[in-house]
Design a protein around this ligand. Structure first.
Ligand code: ZN
Length: 237
């Protein structure tokens, strides 16, 4: 990001109009702030959005169902795919290219390491600008609830993306959880901003009741989309 501030060269022009030095300083500060602000605003999305590639990873699949719903025994892998399939059209309608690591209820291998390596290979061959992995959480007790976004510790852009999505959750999904760093394979697959979203707890009956609803999945997908757009600092026309 180019944050260099360009100073106007023709200071003598201002002086020739006999403007007081304090006014000149104020004008210069205002001008340089405005210039640097506009540079930051436009340079965040440095390439046309049609060339933006976003990888969506629906966690688990096939024999690996992931977490299981405490009341309905719903499989996490199915819910992850539902959210991904709802998020995809929001991104595509906006003009992004979307790549899915899995399109159906399967996985690449029953061997977890091989499965993750295959996802990593799809991510890297897609040369994405962003990676978003969708999961549902679980905890031994039923008291934990709420959606939470994870990023790789020390990965600044991933943290910013995670914070942007988490803010949407705080404002629209009734959670006060904060974005957090986590140790997940998918977060280390690529150097581009990558987040893993735990959409809620399948071990909490209230969260589970929400997560199995199409309407709530749609709401989740929309808030993730908004978080991505706000991170990229662009606005829909
Ligand atoms: Zn999971």
């Amino acid at each position: 990001m180019n944050k260099k501030r360009k100073q106007p060269k023709k200071r003598s022009l201002f002086i020739s109009f006999k403007i007081k030095p304090m006014v000149i300083v104020a004008l210069l500060m205002l001008f340089s702030f405005g210039l640097s602000y506009s540079i930051v605003k436009v340079s965040t999305l440095a390439q046309p959005k049609s060339q933006y590639v976003i990888v969506l990873d629906a966690g688990h699949g096939g024999l690996d169902g992931g977490s299981i719903g405490c009341t309905t025994q719903v499989k996490e892998s199915d819910l992850n795919l539902n959210v991904v399939k709802k998020l995809q059209p929001y991104l595509e309608k906006f003009g992004f290219q979307v790549v899915l690591t899995r399109k159906g209820n399967d996985n690449f291998s029953d061997n977890k390491v091989k499965d993750m390596e295959q996802r990593e290979s799809i991510i890297n061959s897609s040369t994405p600008n962003l990676v978003v992995s969708i999961h549902m959480n679980s905890f031994p007790t039923s008291d934990q609830k709420g959606a939470q976004v994870y990023y790789q510790e020390g990965a600044e852009e991933s943290q910013k993306l995670a914070t942007s999505i988490q803010k949407q959750f705080q404002e629209h999904l009734d959670t006060n959880r904060e974005a957090n760093h986590g140790d997940y394979y998918i977060l280390k697959c690529s150097k581009v901003p990558t987040v893993l979203i735990e959409c809620g707890y399948l071990s909490n009956p209230e969260d589970e009741a929400n997560l199995i609803q199409e309407e709530y999945q749609e709401k989740l997908a929309y808030q993730i989309f908004c978080g991505i757009i706000k991170y990229l600092n662009i606005r829909k026309n």
